[in-house]
Design a protein around this ligand. Structure first.
Ligand code: NAD
Ligand code: DAU
Length: 355
């Protein structure tokens, strides 16, 4: 079996659902259930014995050690993290605690467990660390896309905490021989994406008749990947990646934010036209920029394509249409995640941004 951390979050829950679709191998899913974790994402697995959910903190080394000893997984796939850049700007502490200290404790528990395995089990064992392209910093317009050889230049507390965790993972391979794999992926989008991030926020705000807050000039570029393509990349790296190696994952879909917002508006105009006949683009509102905002990310995914034969299945057009349709079909999920705590965050992040 495999042990997954953070499997109730956006990418983690998509990975768990996808895993159960593609494999019969059991999976233990450890998640703290922070504001970003949602067991309802996994509702379709109720009664499915392949999936076991455990609520817990990766920073609790005792809990992690007990789980590893009890279930004897052949792999750990580590998603759990604080993941939102704006929240890391408002309050970095949780990012240091989970992304750095938590990863360290998980590595320590895994190192101790790894030592108890026999030679055959050690050879088969893998620790896969899920990371981000943000560790590489920001690109200028004409720069080539990030390869695995780019230096680390993290700019936000979030990306700095992820960079620190990547370095710890690397060191545990170099020093202790832990068979680690690291993936650095670009921006994901798709079902179960918490509506604090650009794409789901724009969809739910548009439908609620609220402003669509575009930071700065809206010309910052992100490289978008449909979430199930990230899941298939992780499955492939777990299966065939070389221990100690890192793999960049991306969809060759660089787009300025304002284009993303206008695409969402156009899809909503088609799929859920406003009763007054106007376009959702009328709700676009330019607001004060994010401090230290990275201008451009772009992933060169040549290595994973050439060495492991992975490529994305979705184009941006197909993925964004599916995503908008998913949010239209899951109004209950949206209402459930927009709890009091969500509203507090929206006030904290947007109330003081001048238009
Ligand atoms: P998310 O915020 O949606 O989910 C994070 C999950 O981790 C939640 O379920 C939360 O409850 C859990 N968690 C947080 N702290 C924990 C702790 N201390 N112990 C156990 N569980 C804890 O994040 P996401 O967008 O799904 O990202 C998952 C991973 O992928 C992260 O490591 C992130 O850095 C990385 N990543 C994300 C993207 C993206 O576009 N979202 C892109 C590349 C990499
Ligand atoms: O690149 C991978 C990273 O992508 C992941 O590591 C992070 O976990 C994930 O959150 C994401 O980070 P970003 O900061 O790129 O994602 P976000 O959705 O927050 O913002 C995307 C872009 O949209 C960014 O340029 C900021 C902008 N934006 C965002 C919000 C929430 C706006 O213009 N308005 C907004 O309200």
């Amino acid at each position: 079996m495999i042990l997954v951390t953070g499997g109730a979050g956006f990418i983690g829950s998509n990975f768990v659902l996808d895993w159960c679709k593609h494999s019969k191998e059991p999976l233990i899913n450890l998640d703290k259930l922070t504001y970003a974790g949602n067991v309802n994402n996994l509702q379709s697995l109720q009664g499915n014995l392949q999936h076991t959910f455990v609520q817990g903190d990766i920073a609790d080394q005792g809990v992690m050690a007990d789980l590893l000893t009890k279930y004897q997984p052949r792999a750990v796939v580590h998603f759990a993290a604080e993941s939102h850049v704006d929240r890391s700007i408002h309050g970095p502490e949780d990012f240091i605690q989970t992304n750095i200290v938590g990863t360290f404790r998980l590595l320590e528990a895994t190192r101790a467990y790894f030592k108890t395995l026999d030679a055959k089990a050690q050879t088969a064992f893998r620790y896969l660390h899920v990371s981000t392209d943000e560790v590489y910093g920001s690109l200028k317009p004409a720069d080539p896309a990030f390869t695995e050889k780019n230096i680390y230049e993290p700019n936000s507390p979030y990306s700095a905490s992820k960079a620190a965790s990547d370095h710890l993972v690397r060191a545990y391979h170099h020093t202790y021989g832990l068979p680690v794999l690291t993936t650095n992926c670009s921006n994901n989008y798709g079902p179960y994406h918490f509506p604090e991030k650009l794409i789901p926020l724009m969809i739910v705000n548009a439908l609620a008749g609220k402003p669509l807050p575009v930071y700065g000039d809206g010309m910052q570029i992100r490289d978008w990947l449909y979430v199930t393509d990230h899941c298939s990349a992780i499955r492939r790296v777990l299966e065939a990646g070389t221990p100690g190696e890192t793999y960049n994952v991306g969809g060759w879909n660089e787009k300025p934010n304002i284009e993303i917002v206008k695409t969402i508006c156009a899809l909503l105009d088609e799929l859920r036209p406003k009763t007054d006949g106007t376009s959702y683009t009328g709700q676009i509102s330019y607001v004060t920029d994010r401090p230290g905002h990275d201008r451009r990310y772009a992933i060169d995914a040549t290595k994973i394509y050439q060495q492991l034969g992975w490529k994305p299945a979705e184009t941006f057009d197909s993925g964004i249409r599916k995503t908008v349709q998913w949010y239209l079909d899951h109004a209950d999920w949206v209402a459930q995640v927009q709890s009091g705590a969500y509203r507090e965050w929206v006030d904290a992040n947007y109330a003081k941004r001048a238009a």
